[in-house]
Design a protein around this ligand. Structure first.
Ligand SMILES: NC(=O)c1ccc[n+]([C@@H]2O[C@H](COP(=O)([O-])OP(=O)(O)OC[C@H]3O[C@@H](n4cnc5c(N)ncnc54)[C@H](O)[C@@H]3O)[C@@H](O)[C@H]2O)c1
Length: 415
């Protein structure tokens, strides 16, 4: 099958970014080097649907080094870095992605990678797994198993598992400690702020920043927004997380109240229509909206369209909506995942951990063919732990080992 990319001439530029990421992902690259001679994925085909960034290029090349034939599509129509897609295509990865796909093209590229009859399916958001389970064309596809990168994907796959229709085992990479505690929090925290700044180039200090959802992603964004001098308010529906946000020092109020006071709004819930028409109508003139959740459903963009008098694009990745009430609202990246649309996604150091889990989970699936249950399995704790050890080693950090006495004390019920 022929590659479908924007421009093959961008390969050299993409190669530079690949090498930059490679240099800064030691936990992953050392794992690849250790397994390179064994080629544990030899003879297998991997269909990979991830955001096509420089960090993903290191994973894709790593899968190839371990012996897999790799087919790659994008996990979002706007997140592909075209130079990276071109570089990977020049290195023998089969790439079906470009930035700015429409919904049909996005879905067609997912079908393209599945036509390779993959043994292993890596996904981010579960669109690929859902396509396999929904579309007649793929009803005979026999995969060894799959992985899933993000919270939203895990929620969808748990629902599939509950329906009793899951056809192969899936490893929920997001559930690994070395994924959600770092990628979702520190990765999204930094890169979402990066996306908002690259898109708007405005000052964060002194701005009222409303973070919707105080999960791992929301915590990271709130922490970094405060670090830049923002006055952060959190909205939540979960009482535990609401208390946590309050004790972390943020104001916690309902979205109906927050809508009236915020300068910048960032959604991070994975849920539907968090910011709706009734909120948009009461916002301050010049309010900025950005989404960090996986799908573009958290900000009701249709409601914004209905309320508008005029829409313009003053900057790349920023749409200005002049509302009928005379106020302006700015939307970053069409309400799609702002850190990938308006910036470059997570920094390499953090993806080094997440993608170590992806790579080792793929190897684990291949070594446990037919032995795992057809459900969302956790990343085995020994893999998770090894990723943490590799990351510490890469950072040059040593930690203590418990003494024999401490081990005994920890295992005893008598003091
Ligand atoms: N941008 C990225 O690169 C990136 C990275 C990781 C995860 N994600 C995505 O970000 C989203 C959140 O992920 P997470 O790991 O933080 O999930 P999480 O489950 O830890 O947190 C979500 C939080 O949102 C809250 N919430 C749900 N509905 C709400 C509502 N109506 N109002 C306010 N709060 C509400 C929940 O109570 C929860 O605390 C998911 O879609 C996930 O896939 C994006």
């Amino acid at each position: 099958m022929k590659n479908r990319i924007a421009d093959a001439n961008l390969a050299e530029e993409g190669g530079k970014s690949y090498h930059w990421a490679y240099e800064h992902m030691p936990a992953l690259t050392r794992t690849i080097t250790k397994l390179a001679d064994q080629k544990p994925l030899k003879g297998l085909t991997a269909a990979v649907c991830l955001h096509i960034t420089k960090e993903t290029s290191v994973l894709a090349m790593g899968l190839k080094t371990l012996g897999a034939d790799v087919y790659l599509a994008a996990a979002n129509p706007l997140s592909t870095q075209d130079d990276i897609a071109a570089y990977l295509a020049s290195q023998g990865v089969h790439v079906f992605a470009w930035r700015g796909q429409n919904s049909q093209e996005y879905q067609e590229c997912i079908r393209d990678i599945l036509r390779s009859q993959p043994d292993i399916i890596m996904d981010d958001g579960a669109d690929t797994h859902v396509t396999i389970h929904e579309e007649a064309e793929f009803k005979n596809l026999k995969a060894i198993g799959g992985t899933e990168e993000t919270t939203t994907g895990i929620i969808r796959l748990k629902a599939l598992e509950k329906s009793g229709k899951m056809r192969y085992p899936i490893i929920g990479v997001n559930n690994a400690y070395t994924k959600h505690l770092f990628d979702n929090r520190y990765g999204t925290g930094q890169s979402t702020i990066d996306g908002i700044l690259r898109a708007t180039s405005l000052l964060l200090a002194g701005k009222k920043i409303v973070v919707c959802g105080y999960g791992w992603v929301g915590k990271g964004i709130a922490m970094r927004a405060r670090g830049m001098g923002g006055l952060v308010t959190v909205t939540e529906i979960d009482p535990f997380r609401a208390i946590e946000a309050r004790m972390d020092g943020y104001e916690v109020i309902p979205i109906a109240e927050a809508a009236k006071i915020g300068d910048i709004f960032v959604t991070a819930t994975g849920q539907y229509h968090i910011i709706r028409g009734e909120h948009l109508s009461v916002m301050n003139d010049g309010a900025i909206l950005a989404n960090a959740g996986h799908f573009n459903v958290e900000i009701d963009v249709d409601a914004l369209e209905k309320l508008k008098k005029k829409k313009t694009t003053p900057r790349r990745n920023v749409d200005e909506y002049l509302l009928k009430n005379g106020k302006k609202i700015y939307l970053v990246g069409e309400g799609r995942i702002a850190n990938l649309v308006a910036a470059e996604g997570h920094p390499p150091e953090v993806m080094s951990l997440s993608f170590s889990n992806q790579l080792l989970s793929a190897v684990y699936l291949s070594q446990h063919k037919g032995k795992l249950e057809k459900r969302v399995n956790n990343v085995p704790i020994e893999i998770d732990r090894q990723v943490a050890i590799n990351a510490l080693e890469a950072m040059g950090i040593q930690i203590d080992t418990p003494t024999e006495e401490q081990v005994k004390y920890g295992e005893s019920w008598i003091v």
